[in-house]
Ligand binder design. Structure first.
Ligand code: KG4
Length: 333
């Protein structure tokens, strides 16, 4: 084992929605272990996350995941420099599991407790995969619960540029998939089905076309797709989801580059579950100019994980920004 005294060793915990995770990260950059337990199978039959089932499963898994993360890294509790957890946004009962565990560890070891915004943590994911953390950047956060665009000026300094006025983009993928009877989570299933049809045979209108508009909206597109399927039950479903996906992703790409070019910021980060979408990556690459940089985490790091929690928390640790034991959870960011 290398000299621990010169290293900052962080334990991150995550339980905001349907993944329980514990991770060890060194110096806010190097992932030593990142244990993730996905509850997808528990929620599958309901086609969405059931909060009561989620919090119970987090409670059952978290202690073992912490032990596995430490064992895999070859560290003991006493080696830790800080402990971090997501405390917002998310499901209240779920958030409590990681936060209370982190408080107990912080109290027992007398190490700093750091509670972070889950969305900010997502946008830190590329900095755990070899990219130097650097600010400012334009951050696009796209998941099942959020669709939002930020100017990120530094740790804890996220200026909202625009967000969805109704559904999140991942939610639209999930609902279209559910309506067709394809399963949950819908994103990867819809993406795979769309690959069977590379031509736009079905037309859905562009969303919010005013270039000055910074908002997102997905409920109109979702309803248009559902109505189209009802009226055209025999149409090839791959053609329908192809057109749906093109429209859904096109708005993300348009908003991202408009915000970057208006602000003069050349660095962009795209994160959250939907950022795993391969077609989105193609569309971004096609739009990107040579002097622009778009960082997108690997598909595993797009999903909820505790490495990103330990990672962003390092930025708070080195600035000596810690949380007290009366820190609470919140459903909002
Ligand atoms: O960030 P995440 O794991 O969880 C939260 O929502 O917090 O994101 C999950 C969402 C789901 O809506 C899922 O359908 C979507 O991300 N998703 C995708 C893809 N993979 C996951 N959406 C489009 N294409 C994908 N490949």
């Amino acid at each position: 084992m290398s000299d621990l005294s010169s290293q900052i060793i962080g334990l991150g915990l995550e339980s905001s929605c349907d993944e329980t995770s514990a991770s060890i990260v060194i110096d806010g950059r190097k992932i030593i272990s990142n244990r993730i337990y996905s509850q997808v199978e528990l929620h599958c039959e309901y086609s969405g996350v059931v909060p009561e089932i989620a919090s119970r499963a987090h409670l059952e898994k978290i202690n073992n995941l912490i032990k596995m993360a430490l064992d895999e890294a070859g560290y003991k509790f006493s080696d830790l420099s800080y402990v971090a957890a997501t405390n917002r946004p998310g499901l209240i009962g779920s958030l409590l599991i990681a936060l209370q565990s982190a408080k107990a560890i912080s109290f027992a070891l007398n190490i700093p407790l750091i509670a972070v915004n889950h969305l900010e943590a997502h946008l830190y994911a590329p900095f755990l995969e070899g990219n130097e953390p650097a600010y400012p950047f334009i951050g696009l956060l796209i998941s099942g619960g959020n669709t939002a665009l930020y100017r990120v000026n530094g740790p804890g300094e996220m200026e909202l540029i625009g967000k969805t006025v109704d559904d999140a983009v991942g939610e639209a993928f999930d609902k279209v998939s559910k309506f067709i009877g394809l399963g949950y989570p819908g994103g990867p299933i819809v993406e795979n089905l769309a690959k069977e049809s590379r031509v736009k045979k079905v037309f859905f209108p562009k969303i919010l076309t005013d270039p000055e508009d910074t908002r997102f909206s997905y409920s109109g597109l979702k309803t248009a797709v559902i109505n189209y399927i009802k009226q055209n039950p025999d149409q090839d479903k791959s053609e329908i989801v192809y057109s749906f996906q093109e429209r859904a992703l096109e708005l993300l790409v348009r908003r991202l580059f408009t915000a970057a070019r208006k602000s003069g910021i050349k660095k962009m980060v795209v994160a959250g579950g939907v950022a795993a979408n391969g077609r989105l990556r193609e569309l971004i690459e096609a739009e990107r100019k040579k002097n622009e940089e778009v960082l997108i985490p690997s598909p595993l790091m797009c999903t909820d994980n505790a490495a990103m929690i330990a990672g962003i928390s390092y930025q708070y640790y080195i600035r000596k920004i810690y949380n007290s034991f009366d820190t609470d959870v919140s459903p909002k960011s």
